[in-house]
Design a protein around this ligand. Sequence first.
Ligand SMILES: Cc1cc2nc3c(=O)[nH]c(=O)nc-3n(C[C@H](O)[C@H](O)[C@H](O)COP(=O)(O)OP(=O)(O)OC[C@H]3O[C@@H](n4cnc5c(N)ncnc54)[C@H](O)[C@@H]3O)c2cc1C
Length: 483
Amino acid sequence: MDFDVVVVGGGNAGFSAAHSAAERGARVLLLEKAPEPEAGGNSFYTAGAFRFTFDDLDELADLLEPDDRHADAVVPAYPASAFHADMDRVTGGRCDPVLTEVLVSRSADTVRWLAGKGVTWRLMYERQAYLSGGKWVFSGGLCAGTVDGGKGLIAQHTAAAQQEGVEIRYGAEVTELHLDDRGVTYRAGGAEHRVSAGAIVLAAGGFEASPQRRARHLGPEWARAHVRGTPTNTGDVLDLALAAGAAPHGDWSTCHSTAWDADSDPDGGDRELTNQLTRQSYPIGIVVNTAGERFVDEGADFRNYTYAKYGREILRQPGGRAFQLFDAKTRPLLRKEEYDSHPIAAAQAGTLPELAEALGIDPEQLARTAREFNESIVDAEFDPAVKDGRAARVDPPKSHWAVALDTPPYYGFAVGCGITFTFGGVHVDAAARVLDTAGSPIPGLHACGEMVGGLFSGNYPGGTGLTSGAVFGRLAGAGAAGA
Ligand SMILES: Cc1cc2nc3c(=O)[nH]c(=O)nc-3n(C[C@H](O)[C@H](O)[C@H](O)COP(=O)(O)OP(=O)(O)OC[C@H]3O[C@@H](n4cnc5c(N)ncnc54)[C@H](O)[C@@H]3O)c2cc1C
């Protein structure tokens, strides 16, 4: 046996599995398809937001890096019951109850476990809080993330793995799984290599970066979605697992997708800007298509609970394009790191018709849309930190945070649909063991991260992907080391 455990994929899930196996004394090999300068998977591109349970800010005090604003932070508790309710509500009751229980119940101690491996944490004021009455009020069940986002997370994971003696081979694409005599074949430097190992952990992501697999499973229109993260998650390892007898699980026909800079590279994320190409301040503006019509309730819920399903709605619009519109009143409230980043598809104008012309929106319909919207706003105080009930009673309605679009200058941001990751995957049990179609664990085979199906469907609560990867990665690594 060359190694005790071989981990396929070097994102957050794969590294979590590697740490967990290594802390049990296993000799671990991690194989990563991308060359070292492009490694880290989707996890590298993230904002580093982790959703986990906690009772109050005091409980997190020793976890978080110091910040003068903590004294003025209002962070609502996030008990397990709320995490369960969010999973149930956003997936329409389609989240696997066994896997969801593992995710929720292990979320908090897994974040602390990662901290013990050297991952550092902060409160995400710029993403998750608004100043309201002199306080930083957090919302959406999510408050903490890793220092320096996904870049920091992967750098710290990599440093920890190296310290633990995990061997990492970059530019190593796994092409075959050997379940009988345990091991994998991978391609590196133009040659095929075979390694043997006591157990295999699959952590190779979903199929979001394969236009063909997207079209097959999600529908033909998904071929034109822009890939937000790594171009290397093409679903090959998912197919290898299914061919080896793993049971498919969860919703293979939907995915996580968001409003994404329309001028971005369609084939993969930008390693410098990473998550900054996202456009997530739409709850305080309006969103129209090229015909000048609104098509979603921008204020249906806190952003964390709508952003992952609105990419799909944008893809359905003419040309797969939409425009987030703001005025002089709302522009200062937009997330700076997203709306002031470069490249950016945007225009600014003194009148709405001029803005429409600059962006390619039907000016007459946009004028009607804005007028009807403005006239329908109920009389309630605007407060972006809470569900303020300041609704616009139009079709479609805007349930909260309706602010009249009437004060120049006007600002428009062109967005397309950015695909983040796919929801279908393999079936695992509560110990992250891969199950066959009869429901029995396949000896020596474990899976984690995006490869796990069954947790999400149609929508997703922000910050859950990284938590899922760490929770199931930790379990997968422990199981593989004990195999
Ligand atoms: C822009 C962006 C922002 C996001 N922000 C957040 C956030 O703030 N919080 C959150 O919870 N989630 C976020 N997500 C989602 C999050 O990235 C994923 O849920 C999570 O990173 C998945 O981790 P993973 O380890 O399963 O996959 P990845 O991190 O994608 O790792 C999979 C790895 O497997 C490798 N691989 C693929 N095929 C092979 C092969 N054949 N052989 C060897 N290796 C292979 C890939 O190269 C890749 O490195 C974001 C995603 C994107 C794209």
